[in-house]
Design a binder for this molecule. Structure first.
Ligand SMILES: NC(=O)C1=CN([C@@H]2O[C@H](COP(=O)(O)OP(=O)(O)OC[C@H]3O[C@@H](n4cnc5c(N)ncnc54)[C@H](O)[C@@H]3O)[C@@H](O)[C@H]2O)[C@@H](O)CC1
Ligand SMILES: [K+]
Length: 512
């Protein structure tokens, strides 16, 4: 799913108006009607008090259309205008007049006013600010937002939770609506998926607000949300006459005394994702561990007992997963440096290999183009330096990926893959996956996919999706706390099968 920038949404609005020869208010009426239908379907006339807080821009205008339509259908509605500026938009004013047709004079809220009384059981509609928020709000508006949050009433935000900017984090973390449900126009916004700003919403849903389909389809976006629909075309089917050589030889280089589990997990994930052959290159101490825990894997041992000191082998891998459990011993750093001088293979770089690169930045220049780096936030900071907020982090990460011509996977709740100035936001996975070894599993999966001739960027997008999906499928019967990295590996097969599952048909009951 495409994620449009605020500028693109405004352009889509203008294109729609021009092409269809309608007014901006016609479009607002359509959008407001769609939002009304959403409420009406769920509320079926219930008389729960609905408090609509409208700003003075078009987000507020949308709130007024919704209010008028709810009143028209007999709902119990209270409308307030958050009067933070006298620069009311044209369409706000049209709808401000129209709601008065219902003998309703919205209460104007301004500085020093007492805020409306509300009960916990009421419903709040937040139409204060949309994507037009461009500066810090006045203190009294911040107080109102905090007051709304403190009410604990179910809050539905229109377009975005008010207080969120399209391209930077809020100055005051408490002055943003904590929305239970965000009904967003046409497509979700980038801020919904970043750790600092995604916390303001529990659930979102995109509503078709009638923007021009041709514009939406033709317009390339920098950001995409990745779900099943996006990854299905990436899948490479297995051939009937294939043999294990067809699907590549993967090499996992890593491990040190006390950290052999990381290599075992990465290697087994690599196998499960479909690599033809797997070899683990490890220090001597891991030999019995690997051969016992994973009989399918071949093992090459380093001459050293407890850590890798020389990366040398006589196989021809298609892809190399580098760094899991490897440690940062001086001898290992030296070995990695020497290896990079001759290596032409694409790498999937993780964990300690990333930490080694972070303190030896010149080594990054020897990483083959199209390699994949998979840092978690702390490792990322070591690579790209500190950032001011999540949006700044993405800019810095994009610049880094471009400079070294690599694919950067920022691991987190919504893992983001960055390549060639594009961001691919993953939509699978769950908090149970924040567990030891989960990253090692991803490294193994990515290595296995690149070995099977997946183009590296496709391997990254597909692998991250599949990893998250395996984690989601593993949840059943376990829950977040009990989920382990091995459970993710065990569900890779189910994640593949899920790709081809038909969506569930509505039951006879639901059809009535
Ligand atoms: N016009 C239409 O037909 C449609 C409108 N839509 C709605 O329109 C919204 C965008 O509307 P606007 O561009 O009017 O923006 P908003 O309603 O988000 O912003 C409010 C207005 O206040 C001003 N402002 C921003 N920050 C302020 C601050 N801190 N203090 C005081 N004033 C401030 C802005 O200049 C803007 O005019 C979308 O988010 C969406 O909800 C969409 O639903 C699509 C259809
Ligand atoms: K809003």
């Amino acid at each position: 799913m495409k994620i449009y920038s605020a500028a693109q949404i405004y352009e889509a609005i203008n294109t729609t108006i021009e092409k269809n020869q309608i007014t901006s208010n016609d479009l607002m009426e359509f959008a407001g009607t769609q939002v009304f239908n959403w409420f009406h379907t769920r509320m079926q006339g219930a008389q729960v008090p609905i408090h609509i807080y409208c700003g003075i821009g078009n987000n507020g205008g949308l709130g007024l259309v919704l209010g008028r339509q709810l009143l028209h259908h007999g709902y119990n509605v209270h409308v307030y205008v958050v009067n933070f500026s006298d620069k009311r938009t044209k369409d706000f004013l049209i709808n401000y007049d129209r709601i008065k047709e219902f003998k309703i004079w919205p209460r104007l809220l301004s500085s020093g006013e007492e805020f409306p009384k509300m009960a916990k059981e009421d419903i709040i509609v937040d139409a204060i600010f949309g994507i037009g928020l461009n500066r810090e709000t006045s203190d009294w508006v911040k107080d109102l937002i905090k007051y709304i949050n403190a009410s604990e009433a179910y809050t539905v935000s229109l377009d975005v939770p008010s207080g969120l900017y399209p391209n930077h984090a809020p100055e005051d973390k408490e002055a943003v609506i904590e929305s239970n449900y965000t009904l967003t126009g046409q497509a979700p916004k980038l801020s919904f998926f970043l750790p600092e700003t995604g916390v303001y919403m529990q659930q979102w849903e995109a509503i078709d607000v009638g923007l021009d389909q041709e514009y939406l389809q033709k317009t390339d976006t920098e950001v995409q949300l990745i779900d099943k629909f996006e990854v299905l075309p990436l899948y490479i089917p297995r051939e009937k006459y294939a043999h294990k050589g067809t699907y590549g030889h993967s090499l996992i280089v890593g491990g040190s005394y006390g950290k052999m589990g990381a290599v075992t997990l990465a290697s087994s994930a690599c196998l499960r994702v479909g690599t033809g052959l797997i070899t683990a290159y490890i220090p001597e101490c891991g030999y019995a561990i690997l051969q016992t825990s994973l009989p399918e894997a071949m093992v090459i041992c380093d001459e050293r007992e407890k850590h890798i000191a020389k990366i040398q082998y006589d196989i021809e891998p298609k892809a190399i997963g580098m760094g899991v459990g490897m440690g940062t011993d001086a001898a290992t750093v030296k070995a990695l440096k020497a290896f990079l001088k001759t290596n032409k293979n694409r790498l999937i770089v993780d964990a300690d290999a990333l930490n080694i690169f972070a303190t030896n930045k010149t080594m990054l220049k020897s990483v083959p183009k199209g390699s994949i780096l998979t840092p978690h936030p702390k490792e990322l900071e070591r690579l790209i330096g500190e950032w001011t907020d999540d949006f700044d982090k993405l800019e810095k990460a994009k610049a880094f990926a471009k400079k070294y011509d690599v694919i950067l996977i920022i691991k987190g709740a919504h893992t983001i893959t960055i390549y060639d100035n594009h961001l691919y936001i993953n939509n699978t996975g769950n908090p149970g996956m924040a567990t030891a070894g989960s990253g090692d599993v991803l490294t193994g999966m990515l290595t296995g996919l690149v070995s099977q001739e997946y183009d590296p960027i496709k391997a990254a997008i597909f692998g991250v999706y599949l990893h998250g999906k395996a984690g989601d499928l593993a949840l059943s019967g376990l829950g977040y706390q009990a989920l382990t990295a091995s459970d993710i590996v065990a569900h890779i097969g189910a994640a593949y099968l899920d790709l081809f599952k038909e969506p569930e048909k509505p039951s006879a009951e639901a059809k009535k």
